[in-house]
Design a protein around this ligand. Structure first.
Ligand code: MV4
Length: 452
């Protein structure tokens, strides 16, 4: 077993990983930019190394600086958290080449899933449904031939994209050629790779994802699904487990497919298969979208309903242990997470600055994963996530009541946050009824704009 873990991240996820390490008796090394000198991940870790100035490029994305920090401190393993370098196959390879343990999946599988066209092909070969679509488009002629076969609307996606970046919806043939050109140059600018492909476009789908896990001994399992349809501009705001949209039969089918898929590719570590769900086409109209090869922000709701510590599992798998459980886990009750961001509750503009006072909610069935404290200064250089409020209840109505209660207790003063936005959201009749899709926030904010 490795003994000293370097955590290549910041914020709440760095704390989350440090906590799991401490419970396993592992030493921890954190890294920080000069903007994060007073951050909790610096104080919680056994030691910390400053790896550069505030901009991420020069600190949390600075591979040589992070590897040097591991060498200086004698760390023998690296946990990347989420975001930053978590899905960077090159970083994972460098870590392994330096003789450190990479706490994540094999780099080759990270590379496979980072290429959305190859990922689609691999999943399709494993029997997972995908939307009708193409490989990398070589010519305009090929694109129009595909449109003929698939029909409009279509969506253009970047092969190197993901998470919603660089997509274009094509309503008809009139603008298709121009949109292809624009998508190619945007993909080149954003990902240094101009390759694009198209798929049939699904209007207002639900986003449902399956948490999967595999060890280094060929054992694979799923840990149920998460409902993540409540998003704004591809940023998830609310996640829950289980999804109200699935019948038991559909859930079993989807989760079993996910396990078969990761067994086929030989996946190791925790991961997530993201699906688009189109309920109008029936119970089993789900299509593979992307696979995330990291621990995700919303892993917590899965932990609340399964009782499993996913970061502990990740660490133990990397150390060569077998999965800590056998057979499918039976989820218990219902869990909902809301992301508390430092942003204007109306315009959603980021709102860094000094927090003058905080009150964190508590009580039965309430969990808050956060790095904030009273007098903490939220730096302007990183994402605006301040805290994750996670509740658990015996069923969804109980979880919703508990969430409302906990949101009422949450106090963050000195900066703007979206706590008030979440209070409105969880009071919305369609949220309470579980009646929503990926267009929910857009419709809700339009409703409010009309009322104002
Ligand atoms: C789609 C789609 C509709 N049809 N693909 C957004 C994130 C990225 N992973 C893929 N995304 C989408 N892909 C097809 N063929 C709609 C979206 C999409 C979306 C997906 C999940 C959650 C929120 C979303 C918001 C807008 C668009």
């Amino acid at each position: 077993m490795f003994k000293k873990v370097l955590i290549a991240n910041r914020g709440e996820i760095a704390l989350r990983v440090i906590r799991a390490c401490r419970e396993l008796g592992l030493k921890t090394v954190s890294v920080h930019s000069s903007a994060d000198r007073n951050a909790l991940h610096v104080r919680f870790a056994d030691e910390s190394v400053c790896i550069g100035p505030p901009p991420s490029r020069q600190s949390y994305l600075n591979i040589p600086a992070i590897i040097s920090a591991a060498e200086i401190t004698g760390a023998d393993s690296v946990h990347p958290g989420y975001g930053f370098l978590a899905e960077n196959a090159e970083f994972a390879e460098v870590v392994e080449r330096c003789g450190l343990v990479w706490i994540g999946p094999p780099p080759a599988l990270m590379r496979l899933m980072g290429d959305k066209v190859r990922a689609r092909a691999a999943m399709s070969a494993a029997g997972v449904p995908i939307l009708p679509g193409t490989g990398v488009l070589e010519t305009e002629h090929e694109a129009f031939a595909a449109a003929e076969r698939i029909g409009y609307p279509l969506i253009i996606k970047a092969t190197a994209g993901g998470g919603g970046r660089g997509m274009k919806i094509v309503e008809g043939p009139e603008r298709f050629a121009a949109q292809l050109q624009a998508a190619r140059s945007e993909a080149q600018a954003a990902f240094s790779n101009p390759d694009v492909y198209v798929e049939r476009y699904v209007n207002r789908p639900r986003h449902i994802e399956v948490q999967v896990i595999g060890d280094r001994h060929g054992q694979h399992a799923h840990l149920g699904e998460r409902e993540c349809s409540i998003q704004r501009r591809h940023q998830k705001l609310v996640e829950e487990a289980p999804s109200v949209a699935l019948t038991d039969a559909a859930r079993t089918k989807l989760c079993d497919l996910a396990v078969k898929a990761i067994r086929d590719i030989g996946y190791q570590s925790v991961g997530t298969l993201e699906f688009l769900y189109e309920p109008e086409r029936g119970d089993d109209a789900f299509y593979f979208m992307e696979m995330n090869t990291r621990i995700q922000v919303e892993h917590t709701v899965t932990e609340m309903v399964t009782g499993l510590d996913l970061v502990r599992e990740q660490l133990l798998i990397a150390a060569g242990d077998k999965l800590s459980f056998e057979g499918p886990l039976k989820p218990r009750g219902h869990s909902i997470e809301v992301r508390i961001n430092a942003e204007d509750p109306v315009t959603f503009a980021p709102w860094p600055g000094k927090i003058t006072a905080v009150h964190i909610p508590g009580g039965l069935g309430v969990r808050v994963d956060t790095h904030i404290y009273s007098q903490y200064e939220v730096p302007p250089h990183y994402d605006s996530l301040l805290a994750k409020l996670i509740v658990h209840g015996t069923d969804r109505p109980a979880a919703v009541c508990r969430l409302r209660r906990a949101l009422d207790e949450f106090v963050i003063e000195g900066i703007r946050s979206n706590v008030a936005f979440h209070r409105r959201l969880v009071a919305h009749p369609d949220f309470v009824a579980g009646n929503f899709d990926t267009g929910f926030i857009a419709r809700m904010t339009a409703e409010q704009d009309r009322a104002a």
